[in-house]
Design a protein around this ligand. Structure first.
Ligand SMILES: [Zn+2]
Length: 432
């Protein structure tokens, strides 16, 4: 942990200017029982332009956001076709209001206290924290120093910096490396919250745990706290449920590209993406059309001397530890290795608070979607142990996870990362 004074003026103005409201917006949990019913629901999603928040693997149910003017029509359609559903979140705005209330009350404390991992931070605050990292060293229980260095790997359309933090402990031996990114999707605030927690653990080891120091003894860590700073900032300032980046799309008044449909390995808008600029899953006009996805591609290309063994991209929600492929239901040749390491993480996560994760390939556990960063990391950059982590929860709060859940989520995910990283030491290192 470290002391850090943070300017809060920016946040004060952000809290009060959210202009996209979700009064009366609901999340329905819909249970299609047959493939016919499933396609009926998907047609309905298309027809009304509904936002599918999550697809549950265990019972094939869908969390779908609707709004007041179509609420009765959608519910009537479902009732007429006898597709069971219930209202999962009654009023999204009240959840958002609850979430911003503690943020406001924390403002004064934030100015004088340590960087708090118990709350969500604006991008400006995250940048201040990242800048402060380069000013000191951490120490593990062995007494050895742990170093970090910062780099900027890209600039967004709105000219924000994409920061990369490297955390390492000097060694005579070459180490393998693990890459972690957070905040590809703007509204998934728990993702940067965990990634910042991970940085703090690795560098400062606040509980002085040998298991945490082992992580820097064995690996070098390359961590991007917020890959989509424009979208993240917009989700603070204007629209809590914004997902994409803030790309100005030519010929459209709709902003944004879904960065997790824009990576250039088997890129294909027809598979879980969209060619419509107004869609929440707009794949972009071409693979790697976006500064943020390009930054990752170019970083991996430039870091050919770094031996990346794993790529972890952190999202929410659904409680899943997913491996490629997202573009096809076929499995990677070495999926047995990826499945084994994922299950090691799953067990460790469950051991902490009994939080249940699902492990499997993205297409088979979640849905098919081409252009994901994990597919690129494995298929394009050749990083064997490539995963998408979907953190808490399973839909009670969805993307609007309360701040009271941040620390438990971080603790259990950290347990998962420790167990996972240990397992990599004994699992096969080369692709099959
Ligand atoms: Zn996501």
């Amino acid at each position: 942990m470290k002391l850090l004074c943070i300017t809060t003026l920016l946040l004060v103005s952000q809290v009060t200017t959210q202009n996209t409201r979700y009064d009366g917006h609901e999340v329905l949990k819909i249970f299609p029982k047959t493939t016919n019913e499933a396609s009926y629901v998907l047609d309905m999603v298309q027809k009304y332009g509904l936002d599918v928040w999550h697809v549950h693997h265990n019972d094939s149910s869908l969390d779908v956001k609707i709004w007041p003017t179509i609420s009765s029509t959608v519910k009537q359609d479902l009732t007429n076709t006898r597709i069971p559903f219930f209202t999962w979140i009654k009023d999204i705005q009240s959840l958002i209001d609850q979430q911003f209330a503690p943020i406001t009350s924390h403002i004064n404390k934030r100015a004088t206290q340590q960087f708090m991992f118990t709350v969500y931070h604006s991008f400006a605050q995250i940048e201040a924290y990242v800048a402060s990292l380069s000013q000191d060293t951490g120490t593990g229980p062995s007494g050895d120093s742990i170093y970090s260095s910062n780099a900027v790997i890209g600039y967004t359309e709105e000219n924000r910096q994409i920061h990369l933090v490297k955390i390492s402990k000097p060694s005579n031996q070459a180490k393998k490396a693990i890459f972690v990114d957070g905040g590809i999707h703007a509204r998934e605030w728990i993702s940067p919250a965990f990634v910042l927690y991970l940085i703090d653990q690795l560098k400062y080891n606040p509980d002085q745990l040998q298991s945490v120091e082992d992580l820097v003894d064995t690996y070098d860590w390359y961590i991007v706290p917020v890959l989509n700073p424009d979208g993240y900032s917009y989700s603070f300032a204007s629209d809590r449920l914004w997902r994409k980046n803030r790309r100005t799309n030519s010929g459209s008044t709709c902003h944004g590209v879904d960065l997790n449909r824009n990576f250039g390995y088997q890129w294909n808008p027809a598979i879980g993406g969209s060619t419509s600029a107004c869609s929440d899953v707009f794949s972009g006009v071409s693979a790697f059309s976006e500064a943020e996805s390009k930054a990752i591609r170019d970083y991996f290309a430039s870091a050919s001397n770094v031996d990346f063994i794993s790529y972890l991209t952190v999202h929410s929600y659904g409680q899943m530890w997913l491996y490629p492929w997202g573009y096809t239901s076929a499995l990677p040749n070495d999926y047995v290795d990826l499945d084994a390491a994922g299950n090691t993480a799953r067990v460790a996560i469950r051991n902490r608070f009994n939080t249940r994760y699902t492990v499997g390939s993205s297409t088979n556990v979640l849905y098919s979607a081409a252009g994901g960063s994990d597919d690129y990391a494995k298929g394009g950059a050749g990083i064997k142990y490539s995963y998408t982590l979907e953190l808490r929860d399973t839909g009670r709060y969805g993307f609007v996870l309360p701040e009271s859940s941040i620390i438990p989520t971080c603790q259990e995910t950290m347990d998962g990362v420790i167990a996972f990283a240990n397992d990599l030491k004994v699992l096969p290192q080369t692709k099959r």
